[in-house]
Design a protein around this ligand. Sequence first.
Ligand SMILES: *Cc1c(COP(=O)(O)O)cnc(C)c1O
Length: 399
Amino acid sequence: MTKAEGSKPAQSELKPDTKVTTGGRNPHAHHGYVNTPVYHASTLLYRTAEDYLAHNSRYSYGRRGTPTSEALETAIQELEGPACAAVALLPSGLAAISTALLSVLQSGDHVLMSDSAYGPARTFCDSVLRRCGVSTTYYDPLIGAGIETLMQPNTRAVYTETPGSLTFEMQDIPAIAEVAHRHGALALMDNTWAGPLYFKALEKGVDLSIQSGTKYIGGHSDLMLGTVSASQGAAQRLKDTVYTMGLCVGADDMNLGLRGLRTLAVRLRQHQQSGLTVARWLAQRPEVLKVLHPALPGAPGHDIWKRDFTGACGLFAIVLKPVPEKAVLAFLNALSLFGMGASWGGFESLAIPVDVKDCRSVTVFEPGGPAIRFHIGLEDVGDLIADLERGFATLAAAK
Ligand SMILES: *Cc1c(COP(=O)(O)O)cnc(C)c1O
């Protein structure tokens, strides 16, 4: 018997922290090295002409998968749990969104998309899908089971994002998925905010759960990656679509994704803790009207978060009491530890003004003052709060 093999627990019995560190690894298939090698690969050689004609090989071509891609897919699948039948890797989060939609829709179909969805997801519906003869209706993210009234005979997909990554509306995913299934449609979700560590999308009824791996899986602002996790019913069409479209991820980015995944649980805990500390501090400030952080008691959507989620990441927003725009910009420009950038999930803190004027069509976001979105990184939380204090002093001077 080899070391501890006989008593090794099944993956499904392991806790999330253990899954992210062990998932997809098989050191003794690689001379004992802890990490799966990075296969830079296109052509695959067969031993004989007979093998070639019989496709007698575990792998067939770089685009169709390597030990590196398999390791990352397996690790994510184990994290999602037994409801996940397959994982597809895509070159970006947006590619994951567009591919997931294409895998379930065809000409003549109808899709329902949350009005709070990531802006470029809307653009994909309004351009490529429209040209393909697929129509889109946007709906109020807070609609819940009321989505029933919007289902059409040709509705094949209901697309959700929870919380909305700019405005933090919490959607009732189990209720929406139930209605979708009853009408013969699939439920899609952008689960980038919580990821499978904090929201088990597939167990809650989602058929295709999308993540921008660029965010927390990467975790260091140095790669582009997207993932789609599929239920049994959605897996084959997803895999076929990815293959037919010729989509694959570069070996080094997959390796960075694997490296990021190993520390995902510990990083997310810190993002969550520091995020809540800063959110609570902001909630006490006289300049702040409200805090849009689903994990904060009393915040919009907190009840749904508490019912369905097991954690929160470091992304949330605040609404300031009304001040002139120049004071908001002075506040943001005064911050030295918060970068001015949109793509979050790295180790660094960010703060940007929330601007949704180009990505809303059936609801209005009028929170009562200017909104600012924060990503709380891994810096010392006391340093971050001191930076925000300086920002508020500059805001007061600029009013
Ligand atoms: C960033 C982001 C995306 C897009 O991901 P990319 O990897 O940048 O293409 C999609 N959805 C959400 C919620 C995001 O934050």
